[in-house]
Every structure is written in C-alpha cells, then in structure tokens.
Design a protein around this ligand. Sequence first.
Ligand code: NAD
Ligand code: LMR
Length: 338
Amino acid sequence: QPPNFQGEGNSLLRRDYCRAKGGAPGFKVAILGAAGGIGQPLGLLMKMNPLVSVLHLYDVVNTPGVTADISHMDTGAVVRGFLGPSQLESALTGIDLVIIPAGVPRKPGMTRDDLFNINAGIVKTLSEGIAKCCPNAIVNLISNPVNSTVAVAAEVFKKAGTYDPKRLFGVTMLDVVRANTFVAEVLGLDPREVDVPVVGGHAGVTILPLLSQVKPPSSFTVEEIEYLTTRIQDGGTEVVQAKGGGGSATLSMAYSAVKFADACLRGLRGDAGVVECAFVASEVTELPFFSTKVRLGRTGAEEIYQLGPLNEYERIGLEKAKKELAESIQKGISFIRK
Ligand code: NAD
Ligand code: LMR
C-alpha cells in the first residue's frame, strides 16, 4: 500500500481518512521534513494537539515507518504519510498550516549561513508546492538560515502570485524558549512565569533579547546582561557543540515549533490575545522582515507590535542585528530573483 492512504478503502474501518477530511473538527496540518530530527518529535507532539484533525507527514525518506508509528497513538488526529516529490502535492492539498523543518542541520564550526546553498533550494521546491496546492495556508518556516529562507519563500510566493505577508512566519520561538529558561535560572523563578521578548532574527547577533522588557519586571547587573545575551545568542551553537557532529537542537525545537504552531491554530480558531514573537514581513524597522511580538488571528499576523523602549545596550545590539539581517534577507531575495 502507498504510505499516504493506509487503510483507505478498507470497509472494516468506520472512521476513515476521507471522513476525517470532510467532517472532523480541527485543522489540517502538514509537516515537511517529518522524518528528521525535529520532524519526528514534532509529529508526535502535533498528533497530541486537540486542534489538529488531520496530520500529513511528508519527507523524501522514511515516512512510511514514522507514519505507521505515530498513527498508532490514540489521539484524535488522523495521520497520513507522504514519501518523495511525487507525493508532495497530495501532502499539501487542503492543508491549513504547513510546518517546514526540512533541510540539513549544522555541524560544529559551521554557521547557519553555511546551510544556505542546500536549504534554500529545498525551501524553494517546498514553497512552490505550497503556492500550487495550499496557497492560503499559514506557513511556519524552521529550516535554517531562517533569516534568508523566509525571503526565499516570500519570493517564490510573489512569483506565483500567492504571497500573503500575514501568513508567512520564520519560527524564532526557540530563542524565546531559551531566553525564558536562562533568565528564569538567573532570577530563581519558574520559567513558566517568565516572558522575554526576543526580536531581530535567528542567528548570532541578530538574536536580540530585550531584557529591559522582561516580565515580571526585573533588573539585571551588567554581568548578568552580558552573560544572558551571549548565552541566548549562542544557544544553538551550545547544542551543536554538545551533540558533537550529531546535528543541532531537535527536541527543544520540536517543543518550540509546537508552541508556535498551536498559537497559530488558536489564532485561526479566532481566540483573542494570542501573541508570540516571530520573524515576519514588517515595517517596525527599515528591513522587509523582522522578528517582534505578533498578534495571531484568523488571517495570520493581524498586528505587529513595535519594539517598545530600548536601553542603550539594546540600541547598540539592534544596529548590529539590522546590519547582518539586511545581508541575510538580501541573499534570500537574490536566490530567487537572480
Ligand atoms: P535532520 O537532518 O535531522 O532532518 C531534516 C529532514 O529533512 C530529513 O528527514 C530529510 O530527509 C528532510 N529533507 C531533506 N530534503 C527534503 C525535501 N526536499 N523535502 C522534504 N524533506 C526533506 O535535521 P533537523 O535537525 O531536523 O533540522 C532541520 C532544519 O531545521 C535544519 O535546517 C536546522 O538548521 C533547522 N533548525 C532550525 C531551528 C530554528 O530555531 N528555526 C532550530 C533547530 C533547527
Ligand atoms: C538553533 O538555534 O538551535 C537552530 O537554529 C539550529 C542551529 O544551527 O543552531
């Protein structure tokens, strides 16, 4: 049996795929890169999300096994697997939210930008599929370098005439998750009580934690600010080095991806006051994309918040972040326009 229609047409099954597609409450979600280090735990966690009625798992390898495994979980979402480019369109048709962790991860000594040549091509192909099969879907892009791949996807959508800047998000939630954890350690609080806005982008100095805006309101010494800013900016490298060639963050990333995807789905459902940081088309700075707090709603990014008051340390950080971000965004744009 092809992996995408396990069980379909089996008259013994009263609850089949087609019924779930037609009638079950909830949203249809696709994960592209579903057999990878992030994709597998992400699939597991999305299968547990009550807002998901149908979960499509697409990859160029190993989706039959991952799909069979996850589909046995006794949670509501119906799971189907799709293998290889010939099944990409089936994987995407009718989908409300596409999450993309497809692409190669870093090894020690590499920057995220070193992944550009391979991952930009992957994101281009997948974005072309989205433009064709689910042009109105919300897209959560995880593949690095996020600072460039978001521009790649935007240019593909523009070319196809389907671009809606409110629906395309670079996922920077892991920076917020790390910031909440590290700040909570310093303050001696439970991380669940801490909210740290992290703005800019998702690489090195472009990751700008706004420690002056931490909730609950807190003050930090100069040493604490330098320790926290560096640790948050280098969080990804810390994991890459600890894994010693075995890849980059996968488990904390899957957790973060689900946290952001769940916020997008709650927004789509019409919940009020859903606000998270993400890398989006923005007029907050002179750059075409920038990560700030965003209010998520039925149409995607419904409100993009300003940066708020910055202290001197953050203003200097912002200038450094914008310089690097401008080049990374341009690299993504040129990849498609060249
Ligand atoms: P991985 O190598 O374990 O998994 C990637 C998966 O993508 C593999 O299963 C591979 O088969 C699949 N893939 C490759 N080409 C594909 C294509 N054309 N279509 C569909 N699937 C394809 O890597 P990983 O650890 O899961 O990381 C994936 C990406 O996420 C990397 O680029 C990594 O840098 C990035 N990442 C981003 C963040 C973030 O905060 N945004 C955090 C961690 C990792
Ligand atoms: C992360 O922040 O963990 C990811 O961007 C992966 C990486 O390469 O650091």
